[in-house]
Write a protein that binds this ligand. Structure first.
Ligand code: ADP
Ligand code: ASP
Ligand code: MG
Length: 408
């Protein structure tokens, strides 16, 4: 008997009719002879509302209590889906993160899963029941509730599929697969039948929110057979995320992403001597702030230069406070920040073998009068930082410059 993990996102469980629709999808899988573990998100909009409540209490809330609040959305949906399954004759029971338990580290609001005990879920399955597990949540070693970061139910599902050695992990969502770019931004974006783990990892980490980055990392590490499919289609095919060898017709460029959670800091007048970068990035690392693009040039006068780096916009005020606190140690004249920027990225394994991709990208942007502020590259991606107002224009221009549109 095969084992399948099915994960349903917020829109898919957005109201009670949709929860009943999800129950039918689970039943179909059970009727087809599989053991099924279901993972659900909170109903759409609920987590946002819970985050808002926290912010309304104080801007400086305790993240431990934030996790207690924002994890509650999923508890509602596991109960409702278990009821809906029972109502159509499918034995089911709900499982919160701590009941499983899904044990995480202590990074409240962005915790990582350390371990999942499967005994309870296995006996539930062996008793012929469908376990309905709350995504997004876990528990730390001290018994405090943790959450896995926004979009974390994907990671819960893939982690469960890995520990249960599931035959498949199907991520049911409100689009029918992974597209060349967000289909809500570019109407003629093309659905990809297959995409490599590596490309999907870059796409997710660079702004395609269809899968949480950590879920793709885990799928790649444990070779989870991962699909993204629509909740609103009969017999969906979707997109399979797989190894490069499993793709016969490889895409040159697979996708374009846009990340809005970006900000830029320029330190003016830093000394051009060993140890300065270490002082800056040590201070950032101590404060748990992830730095992305870094640009520094040789100083013209041999003594001072400027250093620019990017970071998540949500961390900007914290970063500026850290820099101010360490100003004497680091030694800089002033810090200039800009949060009105976005990062646009072009992703594809074809970059390893094709030349001229960067040139085509910069040409397409310059034709639209878009100024590139910062550039970073890896083997399979090129990212540029541009002014926020040009985000959609840039994505569309690049999508057509690389002929990614759906021709059907
Ligand atoms: P869920 O609630 O099911 O987890 P999400 O909202 O997290 O769904 O993710 C699905 C959304 O991801 C889609 O509605 C779509 O707008 C967005 N998205 C962004 N980039 C892409 C892409 N390249 N392919 C498909 N969807 C994308
Ligand atoms: N409900 C959580 C969120 O909105 C987790 C998820 O949907 O994956 O981020
Ligand atoms: Mg999601």
């Amino acid at each position: 008997m095969g084992l399948v993990v099915q994960k349903f996102g917020g829109t898919s469980v957005g109201d009670t009719d949709r929860i009943k629709n999800v129950a039918l999808k689970v039943k179909a899988e059970v009727d087809a002879g599989s053991q099924v573990v279901v993972v659900v998100s909170a109903m759409s909009g609920v987590t946002n509302q819970l985050v808002k409540y926290c912010q309304e209490i104080t801007s400086d809330y305790d993240v431990k209590e934030y996790d207690v609040v924002v994890s509650t959305g999923e508890q509602v949906t596991i109960g409702l889906l278990a009821m809906a399954l029972q109502a159509i004759g499918v034995p089911a029971r709900s499982w919160t993160g701590w009941q499983v338990p899904v044990v995480t580290d202590d990074a409240f609001s962005k915790a990582r899963i350390n371990q999942i005990s499967v005994e309870g879920l296995r006996s539930c399955l062996d008793a012929g029941m469908v376990p309905v597990v709350a995504g997004f949540q876990g528990i730390n070693e001290q018994g405090r509730i943790t959450t896995l970061g926004r979009g974390g139910s994907d990671t819960s599902a893939v982690a469960l599929a890995a520990v249960l050695k599931a035959d498949r992990c199907d991520i049911y969502t409100d689009v029918d697969g992974v597209y060349t770019t967000d289909p809500r931004v570019v109407k003629n974006a093309r659905k990809l039948d297959k995409v490599t783990y590596e490309e999907m990892l870059e796409m997710a980490s660079l702004g395609a929110k269809v899968l949480q980055t950590r879920s793709v990392e885990l799928a790649m590490k444990y070779s989870v057979n991962l699909r993204v499919v629509s909740s609103f289609e009969q017999n969906p095919v979707g997109t399979t995320i797989c190894d490069e060898e499993d793709i016969v017709e490889k895409e040159g460029i697979s996708g374009i992403t846009c990340s809005h959670d970006e900000a830029k800091i320029t330190l003016v007048g830093v000394q051009d001597k060993p140890g300065v970068s270490a002082a800056v990035f040590n201070a950032m690392a101590q404060a748990n702030i992830c730095i992305d693009m870094i640009v520094q040039t040789d100083s013209a006068d041999g003594t001072h230069t400027d250093m620019t780096f990017t970071l998540p916009e949500s961390e900007l005020s914290k970063a500026l406070a850290v820099l101010e606190k360490n100003k004497a140690d680091i030694g800089y004249r002033s810090a200039i920040s800009d949060s009105d920027c976005v990062k646009i990225s072009l992703i594809g394994v074809g970059m390893r073998t094709h030349t001229g991709i960067a040139q085509r990208m910069f040409e397409a942007l310059s034709e639209k009068g878009i100024n590139v502020q910062t550039i970073s590259t890896s083997e399979i991606k090129i990212s540029v930082l541009i002014a926020g107002e040009y985000a959609e224009l840039a994505v569309r221009a690049l999508h057509s410059a690389f002929h990614l549109e759906d021709k059907g």
